[in-house]
Design a protein around this ligand. Sequence first.
Ligand code: HGY
Ligand code: MN
Ligand code: MN
Length: 427
Amino acid sequence: MHNEFLVDFHHVAEFGATEKNGVDRQAATPEDKLSRDWFARFTREHGWELRVDTIGNMFALIELTPGAPYILLGSHLDSQPLGGRFDGAYGVLAGLHAAKAIESRLKAESQQAVFNIGVVNWFNEEGGRFAPSIMGSSVFVGSMDEQQMLQTRDLAGVSVAEALESIGYLGHDQRPEVAGYAEIHIEQGRILERESISIGAVDFSWHTQKLDVEVLGEQSHTGATAMADRHDALVAASKVILKVHDVVEHFAEGSIVSSVGQMTLEPNSPIVVARRVHLVADLRAELKADVLRARQILIGQIAEIAREHDIRINVNDFDVREIQYYPESGLELAEKTTANLGKSVRRIRTMAGHDSVAMNRIVPTVMLFIPSIDGVSHCEREFSTDDDMIHGLEVLTEIGWEMIFGALEENAALAGNESNSIHGIPA
Ligand code: HGY
Ligand code: MN
Ligand code: MN
């Protein structure tokens, strides 16, 4: 199992591979199609049912008990531009091989599971090409509107629907009924590495929200326009970006992060004073109150910049992700399972968003981390060792095994009461 997993993982890393050992496999691009086609082949070769839903989520389904809801394992195969080959892909590959091991063990021990098991590749978790991130799983749980997401456009003006259609993954299949979800992922931080711990059991996710900022100045000649007559959107936007960066100084060290990662500039000519800048500010903190206070400070500062430059700046909230607390029963299951396998484990929060943040809204969810070397992610030098990936695969397999027998009380409750078992929100 271990060697097969490693061979498959490193093979999938070739899809969209970049020169410096990363991947560029943005949502619904031809590179993403390569990894999706591989996922579909793997599913069919194992005799499992493949479904693709109306927002491009892919499901490999293994029916163990006819008519029962599914325990889903999974993550996402899409990447950031020039991203890392572990973020997301590790969780999908580990999910496939864990499900394969669970299916064989059931056959060998001729046991009857309470739930079925499936593996999911969520559409557009990363949000690099189409904002917001965590899109496919959020539509699945009903926290994002499907039609609105299908009409969302990238910077080239291509819609999600057109992009999915162009790679043949705008599906129509019914979403599976789900009773539980487990996801394993690289930590994308330094804690596990620093403390030499093998597994992180994620107990909660940071509150996250974005500010959509549109800076509207006036186009003019960079040579002929007197400085006093300019309404320069790029100068004003630059001040906004620095205020977003500096806002963390109002808070305790390490309790909040803020940044601007994307900016578009019009008309983007060296001889023209900019008329429009669009940027997205990402605010995240352990406490929702801190994000809201940082937002308030920034709104005041941005209004001041608009006055100073006699321009208009529109600020809108979007992609608000409340803190998610993962169930205690899942944390205890992760701790027990890891200890039984002789590995070290600790509880850990996640600052990054994940599909499990969406899924935990509708079903009991277990989120696991393995160490990231240097804690880096969303870059080509993202790295986790084969050994750490295998440790994580072993833990995920055991947890998946326990969950198909209703290990989490909440799962058991769903088993007993069909009406409670959760559908993905019907297409
Ligand atoms: O939004 C996130 O935090 C994730 O990495 N896409
Ligand atoms: Mn991810
Ligand atoms: Mn990511």
